[in-house]
Design a protein around this ligand. Structure first.
Ligand code: MG
Length: 151
């Protein structure tokens, strides 16, 4: 068994899409980023790589590389699976910290999106959301823990 953690933060800016776990959430603001700024998928990629001490997202997909401009984070996630070959995901637990909008209506869609991308069952993926009590109005944060097992 190998455990990994991932953490990511993006600044929220007006007029950008708000992508979370491959789902576009209707909102006035979205992540400022080189790619689509999907904070949850970025933290998940770091957790998967971290579990096998295989580096991090910035090392694999450097922001300086034009190839990854506006890249779909789900595509990056699929590429990341090559780096964990020989292991399978037991479970994923995640927390998104965001002041608004409320994510409750989108949680199941986000879980389904990740399950489809990773070929996992819904019960293997937990997505939780909370606010920062008004202290983090200009940002979105995601924290992820994964457990991997050798195939
Ligand atoms: Mg990021």
């Amino acid at each position: 068994m190998r455990a990994g953690t991932g953490w990511d933060l993006h600044r929220l800016v007006k007029g950008r899409p708000l992508m979370i776990g491959g789902v576009e959430i209707p909102h006035s603001h979205g992540s400022e980023a080189h790619s689509d700024g999907d904070v949850l998928v970025h933290a998940l990629i770091d957790a998967l790589l971290g579990a096998l001490a295989a580096g991090d997202i910035g090392h694999l997909f450097p922001p300086s590389d034009e190839e990854w401009r506006d890249a779909s984070s789900l595509d990056l996630l699929k590429l990341t699976l090559h780096y964990i070959e020989g292991y399978r995901v037991i479970n994923i637990d995640s927390t998104i910290i965001l002041e608004e909008p409320k994510l409750a209506p989108y949680i199941e869609k986000i879980r389904s999106s990740l399950a489809t991308s990773l070929d996992l069952r819904l019960e293997q993926i937990s997505v939780k959301a909370k606010t920062a009590e008004g202290l983090l109005p200009g940002a979105i944060v995601a924290q992820v823990v994964v457990l991997l097992s050798k195939c």
